[in-house]
Write a protein that binds this ligand. Structure first.
Ligand SMILES: [Zn+2]
Length: 279
């Protein structure tokens, strides 16, 4: 038996979406009211809401039933603290958060945030907009490493004469600690959100060491779960995570698997047009 694992990213009141918003167009931003309607549906259908870690522990004991559900939040945007947390507390639910630790610890934003912010300032037509958010240009951006993404942003910024954002968009260390103290789970989502399969073995080791160090600094217990950045993984990556002591890891694949595979846990991507009857 498997639980349904829901995947969220950003949640904001509609009034804060602004004019053009890449996260909304990409589907990684939903409104606060839509989020609360999902939670209300979960409550009225009497689901048992678990953290990803509890899900793993109960799987080991064969105590999962089809009524079980997990709420996960990727990337660690501070809107999770401002708008998600009050709703979770209101309904007494615990969730799992997968913050991108570098940006939380440094109090800045990621190259992807900067990239989106340049596009949001431009009067692009539908096709150009699609290229920027999900098309070839976006794929090119994601294929670059951290330095390459920064360089590409610099190029776009000069070309279009727009300054990218460098606002603190992520939860602070204090906010992450508060989530922990309230009984929510924090899991690993890497240090700076690289595509893990594109890294050299040395860089991967460094990335995982930095991730573990940040989680240690948060005072996180050693039983930890992982969420693959952009959902990308391979068998060698799984072996590495097992060596590092992780108990399970979630993907971004929605297809249900019949048996529980701890390092290939599927998730349902909850976007603004998601059909709630599937929950
Ligand atoms: Zn992510």
């Amino acid at each position: 038996m498997n639980a349904k694992v829901l995947m969220f990213h950003r949640v904001l009141p509609k009034s804060k979406f602004g004019g053009i918003n890449a996260y909304k167009d990409r589907g990684t931003l939903i409104s606060e009211s839509f989020f609360e309607s999902i939670i209300k549906k979960i409550i009225t259908s009497k689901k048992r809401v678990l953290t990803l870690l509890d899900y793993h522990i109960l799987q080991e004991k064969n105590e999962i039933n089809s009524n079980d559900l997990v709420l996960t939040f990727d990337d660690g945007y501070k809107d999770n603290f401002e708008y998600v947390l009050p709703i979770l507390e209101k309904y007494h639910l615990k969730a799992t958060f997968y913050p991108t630790l570098k940006y939380c610890f440094e109090g800045n934003s990621s190259p992807l945030d900067a990239y989106y912010s340049i596009g949001d300032q431009l009067a692009l037509d539908l096709e150009q907009r699609q290229d920027w958010i999900t098309g070839e240009q976006k794929k090119h951006f994601l294929s670059l490493n951290y330095a390459g993404q920064k360089e590409f942003n610099h190029f776009l910024s000069k070309k279009h004469r727009k300054t990218p954002t460098n606002k603190a968009l992520y939860m602070s260390v204090e906010q992450l600690k508060q989530l922990l103290s309230l009984g929510h789970e924090i899991g690993a989502h890497s240090y700076h959100h690289p595509i893990l399969t594109q890294m050299s073995p040395e860089d991967l080791m460094e990335e995982l060491a930095r991730t573990a160090n940040c989680l240690d600094l948060l005072g996180l217990p050693r039983d930890r779960t992982f969420a693959y950045p952009d959902g990308v993984y391979s068998e060698p990556i799984i072996s590495k995570l097992k060596q590092e002591g992780y108990l399970s890891a979630c993907t971004v694949e929605a297809k249900p698997v019949h048996s529980y595979q701890p390092f290939k846990i599927p998730r349902l991507f909850i976007h603004p047009d998601y059909d709630l009857t599937a929950i």
